[in-house]
Each structure stands twice: as structure tokens, then as C-alpha cells.
Ligand binder design. Structure first.
Ligand code: TYD
Ligand code: MG
Length: 457
């Protein structure tokens, strides 16, 4: 008889070793290898599609029944690439309390109202807690079934027994397979549970949503392989102190990963935000220096955000630099560009730069806005409130072209802005007759400052 030996699995990266090691050779983490019993589950499951499937000519494969299922939440359907695909597996990650369970209950309710049979496996919360949440979001789909269960075998039994169209697992880290000796949430448990459910989804043709916890660093907890197993990976982002949530697709086998959905957490669940620019710009003070609006691209759509800077004389030998919503190193680099190329004295100044509304901006198109807002605050010159600006800034003080200038300008026009300072390189993309608002093209930082700060309001 062959004796099955246990393996040691790293709980951080999934590295497996036949003997115990104090430090993982792969990710260099100490004390992360834990003894686990291997299970040849792949053999047990027979792999995707079972053993009787023969290779078929590509041209003869029928995909005509690929109809998308709508959740009636347009932002959500859009992220999935136009609706849910039957048999697809979607992983949703996000920090605790951000609204994963709320969103999934809302879409579960919509799907069930659409005539689909939905099974919501609440592995973390009791069914009473789910009911309380359902009351808050006014959910009463009659084909929506809730169960509080963490045993994978019991869950697969429910699925095999009844006809089911959508299964939601909240969360995959709480499930366990009793045959495995490791605790729920460990690498082998997460891998096994997700793998088994994925195979079942493909063979029984139901759609599967998996909620995944994220680590302190913001990555999905558990093995990296989890992201490879599923068809779509969505991340929930949003500040703890703001009600706005951004749902972003980072992987999508059935659509583009360029899309984002913007939601607002209200007393009655998550509501779609149809015109995000309106919110981020609406509370802007009118006559203050150091504030400028920049249209940044979130996925394929432009959103107007306000960049604010405050420059004050530093009483200490070491000046303070604080940045929220932007990359700290990038802002420091831009301040150095201002010193060197525009000859502004900033070394003995405390500088604070902030993106209003708690959003994070990672796009280089915001460089020029940072430059102008810092200069505006330093000189205490107000920028005219009907002006927007975008452009990437290089170390030589040159202003470089960015993507989608037309979309950015159109968004600014829609929101009532009259003037736009853009990189000269973007000018040829927009012929004069197509310019919906006054466009000022600049090629250097000094030119941009002259243009923006001479527009005294
Ligand atoms: P939840 O969906 O439980 O988060 P997650 O599953 O990602 O951990 O959301 C919890 C938060 O949302 C909680 O702080 C309460 C708040 N909330 C509302 O503000 N309004 C609502 O209608 C609901 C259901 C929750
Ligand atoms: Mg939850």
C-alpha cells in the first residue's frame, strides 16, 4: 500500500516542500510552511468537462447561446463586459466593510427577479444578518435562497441537487473541505474549494461569484493561482471616510479590463453614480488659490477631479511634504521640476497636495495640474474656476501628450468649463472645428504657468 506523505505548504505564496523549512525559499517568509495532507482532487473530479469529451474542430463549436444576463445595475453589467456570462466565474476582492456582501446581495436580488434561481452561501454571516441586510436594500426576490454553510461538500450537494443559475460564495476563505487537515483560509483549502466550485460551474453551467478577502498590501489573500482559475477578477476600492466606491475589473475573459463602475454607499445599499464628475467637482470653493480641476481617465471614461495644493512658509529646518491621493515620489519630483525649470523657491516651504473627495489618481495626466496648483498656492494667485488642465510633465519641464484628449475636453465642456490647457502634442488630435471649448496648447511648464496664472479671476 502506498502511504500518502504530507506536504508543507507556504501560507503566503503556496510553495510546497516535502520537508519542513523555517523559511520559504520562494518568498523568504519565516515560519510560513504548514503541514497539509495532499488530496488528489483533480483525479477525483475527473478534470473539466469529464473524461468523455473529445477534441472538436474550432470552427464547429457553437457559441450562439452566449446570451448575457443583465443585473439591471448598468454599472455592474458594464464591468462584466455587457452582462453576466453563463458558466463564468467572477472573483470579487476588497477590504472589509467596503460593500462586497451588499453589492452581491443586490445583484442576487435582481437576478432572482429576472427569473433566475440564485443560491447565496453566506459562510461568514448568519442568515438573520443577511436578512437584515436584505431588508435595508429592500430585497425580496422569491427565487433567492440563502444558506449559512462552510462545508464545501454540503455546498456542492445543494448545487448538485437543485437547478441553480447563479451561486454566490461569501467568502471563499471561509469554506473548508473536511478531507484536508489545514484550517479554512489556508492556501490548500482556498485552492481546493475554489477549484472544485469552478469545475462544477463549468460542468453544470451556472455562474459563480466568489468573494475574496484581501491582505494588508491590498492583494487577494490566498494563492495567486486563484486569480488564474477564475474568468473575471473585480476589485472594490474606496476610502474609509468616503461613501464612494469604485469597482474595477483587473481581469476579464469576457470583456475589457478598462471599465470601472462607480457606486455610492447609501442607507439603502449601493447606488450607481451616473455622473461622477459632478460630485467630485461640486464642492469646490470658488475663490481660493491652489485648486485646479483635471479630467483623469478611469478606465475608458473621463472623470473630473480637483487637485488642491497648500504651500506655506516652513518654520522648521526640514520642510514638510504631505500628499494624499497621489504618488508621493511623483509629487516630490514635480516640485523639483518647478524649482529647477520654473525657478520657484520651494525648498523652505511646507507643501501639502491633496485630491479632493478621497479618490486616488495614478495617471500621469494629472502632473500638470499638480504643478499649476502648487505654483498657484505659492504665488497666491487664483486660477479661473472655469479652467481645466491635463498633461504629463517630464524632468526637462516639457509637457507631454496624454491619451484620450477629446474625451477629457468633452467631459469638461459637459460640466460647464470654458477653457482647457493641454499639451501641444495633443493639439493635432483635435481639429479647431471640433474644439467644443477654448483650448490653450502649451509645451513647457513655464508656458503652462503663464497661461494658467495670468488668467486671474
Ligand atoms: P458589507 O457589504 O457588509 O461589506 P463587506 O462584505 O465588503 O465586508 O458592507 C458593510 C458596510 O456597508 C457597513 O459598514 C454598513 C454599510 N451599509 C450601508 O451603509 N448601507 C446599507 O444599505 C448596507 C446594507 C450597508
Ligand atoms: Mg461581507
Amino acid at each position: 500500500m502506498i502511504k500518502i506523505k504530507s506536504v508543507y505548504t507556504c501560507q503566503k505564496c503556496g510553495y510546497q516542500s516535502a520537508k519542513w523549512l523555517g523559511r520559504c525559499p520562494d518568498c523568504a517568509q519565516w515560519n510560513s510552511l504548514i503541514e497539509e495532507m495532499p488530496l488528489s482532487a483533480a483525479v477525483e473530479r475527473g478534470g473539466r468537462g469529464g473524461s468523455g469529451v473529445l477534441p472538436a474542430p474550432l470552427a464547429e463549436i457553437d457559441v450562439s447561446e452566449e446570451k448575457r444576463i443583465s443585473s439591471k445595475i448598468a454599472e455592474f453589467d458594464c464591468i462584466l463586459g455587457g452582462g453576466l456570462v453563463r458558466g463564468s466565474v467572477v472573483l470579487i476582492g476588497g477590504s472589509p466593510g467596503i460593500g462586497k456582501s451588499t453589492l452581491l446581495l443586490q445583484i442576487a436580488d435582481e437576478y432572482s427577479k429576472n427569473g433566475l434561481k440564485v443560491l447565496y452561501v453566506s459562510a461568514e454571516e448568519s442568515i438573520k444578518q443577511v436578512k437584515l441586510r436584505a431588508d435595508r436594500i429592500d430585497s425580496h426576490g422569491k427565487d433567492l435562497f440563502i444558506v449559512n454553510q462552510t462545508n464545501l461538500n454540503t455546498i456542492t450537494n445543494y448545487i448538485k441537487k437543485g437547478p441553480v443559475d447563479v451561486v454566490i460564495i461569501d467568502s471563499v476563505q471561509s469554506l473548508y473541505r473536511p478531507e484536508l487537515s489545514s484550517i479554512p483560509g489556508s492556501v490548500s483549502q482556498v485552492k481546493e474549494c475554489a477549484g472544485e466550485l469552478t469545475c462544477l460551474a463549468k460542468s453544470k453551467n451556472f455562474s459563480l461569484f466568489l468573494v475574496g478577502h484581501i491582505t494588508k498590501e491590498g492583494a487577494l489573500a490566498g494563492p495567486k493561482i486563484l486569480e488564474h482559475m477564475v474568468d473575471t477578477v473585480l476589485y472594490f476600492e474606496g476610502g474609509e471616510h468616503h461613501n464612494y466606491r469604485i469597482l474595477r475589473a483587473v481581469k476579464n475573459r469576457f470583456g475589457s479590463t478598462n471599465e470601472v463602475g462607480i457606486f455610492e454607499m447609501t442607507g439603502g445599499g449601493l447606488k450607481e453614480v451616473k455622473n461622477p464628475s459632478d460630485i467630485f467637482v461640486s464642492e469646490r470653493p470658488d475663490d481660493i488659490s491652489g485648486s485646479i480641476i483635471v479630467p483623469v481617465m478611469e478606465g475608458s471614461r473621463p472623470i473630473l477631479v480637483e487637485i488642491q495644493a497648500l504651500v506655506s512658509y516652513s518654520g522648521y529646518s526640514q520642510a514638510t511634504r504631505r500628499v494624499t491621493g497621489l504618488d508621493y515620489n511623483k509629487v516630490n519630483l514635480l516640485i523639483a521640476v518647478l524649482e529647477k525649470r520654473a525657478r520657484l523657491k520651494l525648498a523652505n516651504k511646507d507643501i501639502f497636495v491633496n485630491v479632493a473627495g478621497g479618490v486616488k489618481v495614478a495617471e500621469p495626466a494629472s502632473d500638470l495640474a499638480v504643478i499649476i496648483s502648487v505654483a498657484s498656492s505659492l504665488k497666491d494667485i487664483k486660477i479661473k474656476s472655469d479652467t481645466v488642465v491635463f498633461g504629463e510633465v517630464g524632468l526637462g519641464g516639457e509637457v507631454r501628450a496624454v491619451t484620450s484628449p477629446k474625451k477629457r475636453i468633452n467631459e469638461a465642456r459637459k460640466l460647464g468649463f470654458k477653457r482647457c490647457i493641454i499639451p501641444r502634442g495633443n493639439l493635432k488630435g483635435i481639429p479647431p472645428e471640433k474644439r467644443s471649448i477654448e483650448v490653450k496648447a502649451v509645451s513647457t511648464v513655464s508656458e503652462a504657468l503663464k497661461e494658467a496664472l495670468s488668467l486671474k479671476g
